[in-house]
Ligand binder design. Structure first.
Ligand code: ADP
Ligand code: ASP
Ligand code: MG
Length: 406
């Protein structure tokens, strides 16, 4: 009756209140009774992380990142303990730990730390005693014993990383939708559940804003070839399998449409057009640990040019201060910031072999009077920056145009 190990991760909505934690506990216990060993990763209850972030903002608009980690990591500690209590109530053995307690060692980049290694001794010891091990997601500890967090959505990464080091038979991500869809089902009711999706497509969708999986967790899953099952925390249906290769009956050109409303567009005006200027700007951002998404440099007139790029909305204040400093140094005339934008993307491996996909996308947006402010591409995606008010419409228009509807 002894079966393998499963890592299960429950997202915020799946542990949003006591009833849901009880439901999650019941599911975990049912797997245990079937003979599986279980490691369960939890997110913070509901919107706790957002609430804690707002709280921090009330006392300091630029809180120290180390202190943010101290604060945010508490959310997951609460749900871990409550889930352990819920499981114990069902008569099964369970024990909860913080990331630090189970030896998830990270680097020192607070709020976006990388996992360096995971010590599995403690988890294995507890599993061997027949316990269900609950791990607070989204967090680790540095070699100096400072608590770190792994970036928003980081409990997915905790789950995938644990599945890897524990050589788990399966890694299940329980969330509030039934899997990965062709578009966010909250925006496009016609969206379809995708049965199988490749790491590359999922990675592209995640970094383009499909919140359902954290992109770094997919990078790790891809690197170690760990299949992920994304499914609903509210029923027992099969969800979406994220894996290396997908055999499809028909070739799909575009497999998903995504939207990212969490970016700000920064424009540096009248940048002198000479070698080394772009390097200076982006080196300064890199040194501050800022990830830049799209970069567009316009054609130069009179030896001057505008440079625009997008950054995460949460970084706006920091970037804006930095860039104003750089702008002075390089003698640019002005810095503009625009938060009223969204990025709409189309993603699909089939794009590599199909010409005309970009033209179709631009035409569909144009016919619906949606103006494109910036365009960028990778080999399996095309994305456009548009006004925020057109964003949801753009998703539905493109979803229909590329034949993805039910
Ligand atoms: P959890 O709290 O379980 O981690 P998240 O809120 O992080 O859940 O992610 C699930 C949400 O992702 C869904 O409620 C859905 O609105 C959103 N989402 C965006 N794009 C997609 C997509 N393509 N497929 C499924 N869900 C998506
Ligand atoms: N609670 C964290 C967040 O909201 C981590 C997670 O849920 O994965 O980003
Ligand atoms: Mg999530």
């Amino acid at each position: 009756m002894h079966k393998g190990l499963i890592v299960q991760k429950f997202g915020g909505t799946s542990v949003a209140d006591i009833q849901r934690i009880q439901k999650a506990a019941a599911r975990v216990v049912s797997y245990k009774r079937k003979g599986y060993s279980l490691v369960v990763v939890v997110s913070a209850l509901g919107d706790t992380t957002d609430e804690l972030t707002a709280l921090a903002g009330k006392i300091n608009s630029m809180p120290a990142e180390r202190e943010m980690d101290m604060l945010l990591s508490t959310g997951e500690q609460i749900s871990a303990a409550l889930l352990a209590m819920g499981i114990q109530k069902f008569g099964a053995k369970a024990i909860s730990f913080t990331g630090g307690q189970v030896g998830i060692i990270t680097d020192t980049s607070h709020t976006r730390a990388r996992i360096i290694k995971i010590n599995t001794d403690k988890i294995k010891e507890e599993l061997n005693q027949g316990k269900i091990v609950i791990v607070a997601g989204f967090q680790g500890i540095t070699l100096n014993q400072d608590i770190t967090t792994l970036g928003r959505g980081g409990s997915d990464l905790t789950a995938v990383a644990l599945a890897k080091v524990l050589d788990a038979e399966a890694c299940e991500i329980y969330t509030d939708v039934e899997g990965v869809y062709t578009a966010d089902p909250r925006i496009e009711p016609q969206a379809r559940k995708i049965e199988y999706i490749t790491y590359d497509e999922m990675l592209e969708m995640a970094s383009a804003g499909a919140q359902v999986m954290q992109s770094r967790s997919i990078e790790v899953a891809k690197k170690f070839n760990i299949p992920i099952h994304v499914r609903s925390g509210f029923n027992y249906k099969t969800g979406t399998i994220i894996t290396r290769e997908v055999k499809r009956m028909e070739e799909v050109v575009v497999s998903g449409i995504t939207l990212n409303r969490n970016e700000t567009k920064i424009t540096i005006c009248n940048v002198p057009d000479r070698p080394g200027v772009a390097a200076k700007i982006f080196k300064r951002l890199a040194a501050a640990g800022i990830n830049v998404d799209m970069i567009v440099q316009n054609v130069s007139h009179l030896r001057q040019t505008d440079i625009s790029f997008t950054v995460k909305k949460a970084d706006t204040l920091k970037v804006s201060r930095l860039i104003r400093g750089v702008a002075k140094d390089i003698k640019a005339s002005d810095v503009l910031q625009d938060e009223d934008i969204s990025r709409v993307s189309i993603i699909g491996v089939g794009m590599k072999s199909h010409p005309g996909v970009a033209a179709t996308m631009f035409a569909a947006l144009a016919e619906n009077k949606i103006n494109i402010e910036m365009i960028s591409t990778s080999d399996i995606s095309i994305y456009c920056i548009i006004k925020k008010r057109c964003a949801e419409k753009a998703v539905r228009v493109l979803h229909k145009r590329f034949g993805l509807a039910k």
